[in-house]
Design a protein around this ligand. Structure first.
Ligand code: NCD
Length: 340
């Protein structure tokens, strides 16, 4: 794909070569996330970060990624704080914001809304999550993390086995990740969800049609045996028709150290897009796993910065100029040692 000036709306846009390009640029940019050097390659550029749904990681890391490349960030964080609350269309908002920005990241509760917005935008738009549909940057950072974790164990993405656990119906991170993984060869997908929260049938069929082994489980213990990766998700409460219905699924699947020790192969990598639901009646990923070295969730969030920097660098066509605009960091930074 041609990244320059283009929107990033769906993982369907990517092939394996494109993914390799994003990851190579992300690797290159590690020195900036690790605060070893700073770069001003996007000095003067403006990102409009439009988040019309709750977000911590995605919004902050897109913003920080843009800042780390030297650009400035403008934000709107709620529909009720923007003119959409006055009945403005996505079309008008896109036309207006195009004049204020060099690139836009948008999250919105409706599937397809970011594509509709992008169609009216003059500047590149990156999908930060459109309802239950897609979350391409999350899938890229997840895959980047999977690659790193497997490499550490002498394995590859081809031939990988992964258990996807929890709300597979509404989880957009799962939907995008499955489609990206399907580009590789000979995978085993264990789809582990309560009855009623299975992955959309079309997606399961697509994985099978692409030659992968797909097995559905309604019981967690059986689904998490003998896999390389566990990808746990929270119940996407906000997508259910009612809170009552969402509550029916709360706390059904809980991964904790005991379950892990009893049922998982040694060194099974534990992932989660976060946020994990830490309320007592949910806890799909228990805090007692925090010291487990196979818990990769905070390596995922660190990698999110690299992958999002890479997307900006590619879309705005500065990937080859980043180092030419760089200099050493002068201040004390606690980020240097762990990330480098
Ligand atoms: C995910 C999302 O928003 O889809 N969060 C994130 O961006 N890291 C997953 C979730 O909210 O459960």
């Amino acid at each position: 794909m041609d990244f320059v000036g283009n929107h990033i709306i769906s993982v369907d846009q990517f092939d394996r070569q494109d993914i390799a390009r994003v990851f190579a640029v992300a690797d290159e940019l590690r020195v900036y996330a690790a605060r070893e050097r700073i770069t001003r390659v996007l000095e003067g550029a403006i990102l409009s970060n439009m988040f019309f749904e709750p977000s911590t990681r995605t919004r902050l890391s897109f913003g920080a990624a843009f800042n780390l490349l030297g650009g400035e960030v403008r934000e709107t964080t709620e529909i009720k704080a923007s003119s959409l609350a006055k009945g403005e269309s996505l079309y008008d908002t896109a036309r207006v914001l195009s004049g204020y920005s060099d690139v836009i990241v948008m999250r919105h509760p409706t599937a397809g809304s970011v594509a509709e917005f992008a169609a009216a935008s003059r500047v590149p738009v990156i999908n930060g999550g459109d309802g239950p549909n897609e979350h391409p940057s999350q899938a890229l950072l997840d895959l980047y993390t999977i690659r790193a974790e497997l490499t550490g164990q002498g394995k590859k993405i081809d031939g990988l086995s992964i258990a996807l656990i929890g709300d597979l119906k509404y989880g957009r991170a799962v939907h995008s990740l499955c489609k990206l993984l399907a580009l590789y060869d000979n995978l085993q997908f264990n789809l582990v969800s309560p009855p009623g929260l299975e992955i959309p049938q079309k997606l399961a069929a697509q994985l099978q049609a692409q030659g992968h082994r797909v097995q559905t489980y309604h019981q967690m213990e059986a689904g998490i045996r003998d896999v390389d990766i566990l990808y746990v998700t929270r119940t996407q409460e906000e997508r259910f028709p009612s809170q009552e219905e969402a509550d029916r699924y709360k706390g059904l699947f809980r991964l904790n150290q005991l379950v892990y020790t009893q049922h998982c192969a040694p060194n099974t990598v534990i992932m989660h897009p976060l946020p994990r639901d830490s309320r007592a009646d949910a806890q799909e990923l228990d805090d007692d796993l925090n010291e487990n070295p196979n818990l990769a969730v905070f390596r995922q969030t660190d990698n999110g910065l690299l992958v999002r920097m890479a997307l900006f660098a590619l879309v705005l066509d500065v990937a080859d100029q980043v180092h030419a605009h760089s200099k050493p960091v002068t201040w004390f930074t606690a980020n240097r040692s762990p990330a480098s």
